[in-house]
Each structure stands twice: as structure tokens, then as C-alpha cells.
Design a protein around this ligand. Structure first.
Ligand code: GLU
Length: 491
């Protein structure tokens, strides 16, 4: 058997370190068996998927040195590798399931489903589709389809009994079928859901081992059932432990930067970040913590993956990065890599037009542009003060700005300009009242080169991290506060 693994990110946001973590283990497993590793873009959620996000995911994984044999940018025999380009294919498989009696049309509208779920919750039951459309007759289905309302396709699921999931790391996991929902396979817009697309594609792309996060364990029964319905062989499942915040909650950007590009911007070495991700889930037989990707592949053994909750600890990552920097990089390479990182010609040529008018001699340049190559600016609460506004007001402005910034997909000066004009408008503030704390948050100084150009150059991850940092300097936003602010933000 030719081992084939994949990583299957959804391009709906920043390139997440968790994606790199799955890619790393999938790659090592494939390489160790002389197999192939592929990258598939799961972009069936058309409203949330973007090409920009896809591009940054590919760039970030490549920056880390993770290379795939087949992918959207590397045509192969099982392409296309972007689900949106395979969209016509899934309907036929859904049809096959309906014809075989394993799936059914469901015409329930969201009002009915919401009421059903509310009742189930009230009774203390798991929210689960109640089977209302399960036994519609052919004429009933015809009539409802002719009426033209929304229709989805759902899979049938046993009411009772136990589903046994075999996981390479965890052994047999039992899930009661009564807890498994009659999953929607085809949405009202005709697009497949993740569950249908992942099963069809893992089969067609001849994936032999699925390595993914443990948050997918609860979906495994649906996938097992679909493989059975189609009469296909199920790939082996390997659910990796989820990366965690220091407080053991699921790694989240609210508590820890999660974007790979943030770490790139902070000046971490790709080999160190990769080593750190490896170390979180796996250890070398001799216990050595510092090792390269090649060494990991040579020594890889999936049974050494630890199931403990791996805490993503930025200080530990920094320590490891320091070791790589001192032990593996001589002065020559240090010079090259440092200038590649921030002081390369391309970068300087983008920065120079922003500062040329403001300097008379070179010695004035460094202090003015240092924030392009810094981490979090050293801020005090007083630095963020805005005339006639309380610190709470400023915090609110920054939080609203952050939520807006998190939605930006095309990170360019003009788009940022529009965003802040619109934000000031919505908040009933003058534009400078909104921009004043942003200047400080982003550059650490009340005056800096033009803000939107600077933000465009700094990139979304670093800008968002600095705004988050400024919010923290103002005391942070508790969960309760966030809820209140979110309500206000939405209205
Ligand atoms: N598209 C899914 C994700 O974003 C992939 C899950 C899987 O590997 O099956 O994580």
C-alpha cells in the first residue's frame, strides 16, 4: 500500500499554527513510509473562503519548509486540489446516497429546526435532527421540490447502538449513535458540507491515513458511516491532541498569537518554529529537544506522539529559537538572514517613500522606522490617552477597530483608510479620535510615518497583535465585557 496523507485547511483566515502542526505530522508520516503528502484546500464555504487566505496558508507552510507533493499549486493525478473546483462532483455522490436510501431530502426551515433544538435542549437531550422529513413519499418530495423552498440533503444515521472508532493513537473510541446528528451533506445552496466533501475526496485522492485534530473525533462516526454507505475502504484515523493556551483552553488568538505570519514578523526562525511544533506532539527517542525536520523524518514513529495536552508556550518557543540562532547560525548567515527578514532592499524601498520627506540625515532614519522591525511597543496606559476620552472609551475604540481589522481580507492602504473612516462614522467620533490611539498602538509613538501605509507594510498579523497588546495595556477585555461590547459593536 502506498501511504498517502494530506492536510486540508479551510482558507477562511490567517495561516494557523495548528495547520502547520497537522501538516508537519502528516508529512513526517508519509515520508517515513516513502509515501506522498498532499495539500487540499477545503473551500466549500464560499462565503468565508478567500483566495488571499489560501495564498497566505501556502506561503506560510512553504516558509516553514513543509513541502507537499500535490496541491493547488502542484498539479498531480488526483487534482484539482481545491474543492471549489471539484464542486460538480459531489452532487453525484449525494444522489447515489439518496438512491441507495442512505440519505434524504429535508425541507425543514430554520424556524422549525430552531424550535426543535430549543425543545430538545429544554428536555436535556442532545440537539439532533428529529427525522421529520425522513419518510416523505416520492410524490410528497416532488410537490415540496416543485414549491421551490429551501432543500438540503441529510444522511441517515442509526438511532441507537454504538459506533466504534479505531484511532491509531487512542485505540477504540465509542460514541453512541444517538448522539450523532443526521448531518446535512448538501446545503440549500447546492454546495456540499465538509463531511461529504472530505469523505469523497479522501477516497478519490486515495488517502490512506487521516491525521487531524482531536476536535474531529466527534465527526468520525459520520465519516465511517459514509465510507460504509459508499462501500469504500476507510483511511486509518490518527487524531492529534489539540494545541492549548497556557490555561489549557484550545489555542486561541485572544490569548496567544496563532498566525504563522505573526511569528515570521516577530523574527522567529522557521526551523525553530517547526521544531517547536514537532516538540509539542512528539519527542526524539534520545529526548533531545532541538532537532531538524530531516532528523524528525528519519526518526519518526507515530506511536511516540504524546496524547497530553500540548501547551503552546511562546517563552519556550523563544528559548528554542535562541538555541537555533546561537548554535546553528554563524555570523555570516546571521547577517544574511537578518537583512532578509526586515532590512532587505524591497522592504526598504517601500519604507523610504514614507519617511524621505521627514528626515534630513540618515541618523534620523533608524528611530523613525524602528517600529517596522519591533515586536510589541513598550506602552504605558498614559501613552494611549486621548483628550476628552476615558481609558475605557479608548479601549472600546481599539476593540472595535480590532474586530473590523480581523475581517479585512485585502490588506491595503485604501481599504484601511475606508475602514477607519467608516468606524469613526459608526462610533460618532472624529477620525482623529479613532486614529490617535491607533498611531500609538501600531508604532508606539504619537507621530509616525503615514499610519495606513505603515499598517499595510507591517501586515495584518503584527498590526492586530499590537492592537491587542494596546488593549491589554489598558487592562484588557474580560469575557463579560467582550460580550457587552460585541452587542454594541453589532448594533
Ligand atoms: N477542513 C478541515 C479543517 O479546516 C479539515 C479537517 C480534516 O482534516 O478532516 O480543519
Amino acid at each position: 500500500m502506498k501511504v498517502r496523507t494530506r492536510v486540508a485547511p479551510s482558507p477562511t483566515g490567517d495561516p494557523h499554527v495548528g495547520t502547520a502542526y497537522m501538516a508537519l505530522f502528516s508529512l513526517c508520516f508519509a515520508r517515513q513510509h516513502g509515501g506522498q503528502f498532499m495539500l487540499r484546500i477545503e473551500d466549500t464555504d464560499a462565503a468565508r473562503s478567500t483566495r488571499e487566505s489560501e495564498q497566505t496558508i501556502l506561503d506560510s507552510l512553504r516558509w516553514l519548509g513543509l513541502d507537499w507533493d500535490e496541491g493547488p499549486d502542484k498539479p498531480g493525478p488526483f487534482g484539482p486540489y481545491r474543492q471549489s473546483e471539484r464542486i460538480d462532483l459531489y452532487a453525484g455522490y449525494a444522489r447515489e446516497l439518496i438512491d441507495k436510501g442512505h440519505a434524504f431530502y429535508c425541507f425543514c426551515d430554520s424556524e422549525r429546526l430552531d424550535a426543535m433544538r430549543a425543545e430538545q435542549m429544554q428536555r436535556g437531550e442532545t440537539a439532533r435532527y428529529d427525522g421529520c422529513c425522513l419518510d416523505l413519499s416520492a410524490p410528497e418530495i416532488e410537490a415540496k421540490r416543485a414549491a421551490g423552498g429551501p432543500v438540503v440533503v441529510r444522511m441517515k444515521v442509526p438511532d441507537s447502538g454504538i459506533c466504534v472508532i479505531q484511532d491509531r493513537l487512542r485505540g477504540a473510541i465509542e460514541i453512541d449513535w444517538g448522539q450523532v446528528d443526521m448531518q446535512v451533506l448538501v446545503k440549500a445552496d447546492g454546495n456540499p458540507t465538509y463531511h461529504l466533501a472530505v469523505v469523497v475526496d479522501d477516497h478519490l485522492m486515495e488517502i490512506t491515513h487521516v491525521i487531524r485534530g482531536e476536535e474531529w473525533i466527534n465527526s468520525a462516526p459520520k465519516h465511517i458511516l459514509l465510507f460504509q454507505y459508499f462501500g469504500w475502504t476507510m483511511p486509518e484515523l490518527i487524531h492529534m491532541p489539540l494545541l492549548r493556551n497556557p490555561d489549557k483552553s484550545k489555542l486561541s488568538k485572544r490569548k496567544n498569537p496563532t498566525s504563522i505570519r505573526y511569528y515570521e514578523r516577530m523574527g522567529f526562525l522557521p526551523e525553530a518554529l517547526l521544531n517547536y511544533l514537532a516538540m509539542l506532539g512528539w519527542s526524539m527517542p534520545d529526548g533531545e529537544e532541538k532537532f531538524s525536520l530531516e532528523t524528525m523524518i528519519e526518526n519518526f514513529d507515530v506511536s511516540r506522539v504524546s496524547l497530553g495536552a500540548p501547551v503552546f508556550d511562546v517563552d519556550k518557543l523563544k528559548w528554542l529559537n535562541g538555541r537555533w540562532l546561537r548554535e546553528n547560525i554563524d555570523d555570516d548567515e546571521f547577517a544574511d538572514r537578518l537583512s532578509d527578514w526586515a532590512f532587505n532592499r524591497d522592504n526598504l524601498k517601500k519604507i523610504i517613500p514614507l519617511i524621505k520627506e521627514r528626515v534630513d540625515v540618515f541618523s534620523e532614519v533608524a528611530p523613525m522606522i524602528s517600529f517596522f522591525a519591533e515586536g510589541m511597543p513598550p506602552l504605558q496606559e498614559a501613552d494611549l490617552a486621548v483628550k476628552n476620552q476615558s481609558p475605557e472609551d479608548v479601549k472600546k475604540t481599539l476593540q472595535f477597530a480590532l474586530w473590523d481589522l480581523e475581517k479585512v481580507t485585502v490588506w491595503e492602504r485604501d481599504a484601511l483608510n475606508d475602514l477607519f473612516t467608516d468606524l469613526a462614522d459608526r462610533m460618532g467620533l472624529k477620525i482623529r479620535e479613532v486614529l490617535a490611539p491607533m498611531f500609538i498602538a501600531v508604532s508606539g509613538k504619537p507621530v509616525s510615518p503615514p499610519l495606513f501605509d505603515s499598517m499595510a507594510l507591517l501586515g495584518p498579523d503584527m498590526v492586530r497583535a499590537r492592537v491587542r497588546h494596546a488593549i491589554d495595556v489598558l487592562g484588557g477585555v474580560s469575557k463579560k465585557q467582550a460580550k457587552k461590547l460585541e452587542k454594541e459593536y453589532r448594533s
